[in-house]
Every structure is written in C-alpha cells, then in structure tokens.
Design a protein around this ligand. Structure first.
Ligand code: SF4
Ligand code: SF4
Length: 165
C-alpha cells in the first residue's frame, strides 16, 4: 500500500527534527532536581520500613549499663542457621541475705552476620530483650572474617560511614 502523502507542515516538522527536539526537551525537563525520584543514597540514607530487621545488637540495661543477656542460650537454639555462639559460666555470688548462690553469666557471644537471614527467631526467643535486630542495613565489610561480630561489636554496633561528595 502506498504511503499517504504528507502536507507541508509535516514535511517541515520532519526536516527541522521538531519531534526529536520535543522529546529532548521533555528529557531535560526531568533532569531538574525537583523531578528526581532516584534515592540519593549514600548521601541520603533511605528510611527503612518500621518492621525491617537488620544488624543485630545486644542491649544493655539502661540503669546499670550491664548486658541484658542472661546467657540462657535460647537465641542460639532458636537460630535455624546455628550462627550464634553463647559461652556461659556459672559464678558464685552472695545474695542480700548473705547466702552463697550460683548464677549463670555470659562469658562470650558471637554472631556470624554472613549467614544470618534476619528471620528474627533469635529476637523472639530472647526472654530479656537482649538480642535485637535493628534498622541498620549497612553491613558490607572488606574482610570475610569481619562478618563474625564479637560481643563488644554487638553492644557498640558498627560505625556508620559518613559519605561526602
Ligand atoms: S535472625 Fe534468624 S538467622 Fe539470624 S541469628 Fe537470628 S535466628 Fe539466626
Ligand atoms: S541474647 Fe537473650 S536468648 Fe540469647 S542468650 Fe542472651 S538472654 Fe538468652
């Protein structure tokens, strides 16, 4: 079938590349910062969902500053990846009535973040709200061994990188 004949306006528009210019103008219009919808990460950190589960933290008692962990091992048992190691010891102490008693204390705690699937079972199992999955999501590291967080790291958390242009 023969192509329909164009009128002089269509021919002129084609000759002057008006459609191309119109398309480019639309493209350039959306380059203005107020039209940018892309997240400006890492300069601006995105707000994660309220129920997001990220980096683990071992919480401290705000009054005494001591660990809330009572070394019960429930988090390690609940973990389907078997990545939490709780090392406990039994220590003797004298209670307020002067009686010698024994209690379980935490000696070491490690958490292998490389194998964690952030399911939250450890957090749910903890009777003292000691282990918590925070909203921190920047867990990238340079060395494989650094994936295993020590007790100290779990209490202090990782340092947030500060990005500048
Ligand atoms: S979040 Fe899940 S996989 Fe990660 S340590 Fe806790 S129980 Fe294990
Ligand atoms: S973190 Fe919680 S569940 Fe795990 S050993 Fe400590 S008190 Fe028990």
């Amino acid at each position: 079938m023969a192509e329909p004949r164009r009128n002089w306006k269509q021919v002129l528009s084609r000759f002057l590349l008006l459609d191309l210019i119109k398309g480019l103008l639309i493209t350039f219009k959306y380059q203005a910062p107020k039209h940018c919808y892309t997240e400006q990460y890492p300069l601006v950190r995105p707000k994660v969902a309220e129920r997001f589960r990220g980096a683990p933290r071992l919480n401290l008692d705000p009054e005494t500053g001591e660990s809330l962990c009572i070394a019960c091992n429930l988090c390690a048992v609940a973990c389907p990846e078997d990545l939490i190691t709780v090392v406990e010891a039994v220590r003797e102490y004298v209670d307020h009535e002067g009686k010698t008693k024994k209690k379980r204390v935490l000696v070491d705690y490690t958490y292998d973040t490389s194998r964690c699937m952030f399911c939250g079972h450890c957090q749910d199992a903890c009777p003292t709200y000691a282990i918590e999955l925070t909203q921190e999501f920047e867990l990238a590291i340079y060395r494989r061994k650094d994936f295993v967080w020590s007790w100290e790291m779990l209490e202090k958390g990782i340092e947030q990188p500060i990005y500048t242009r």
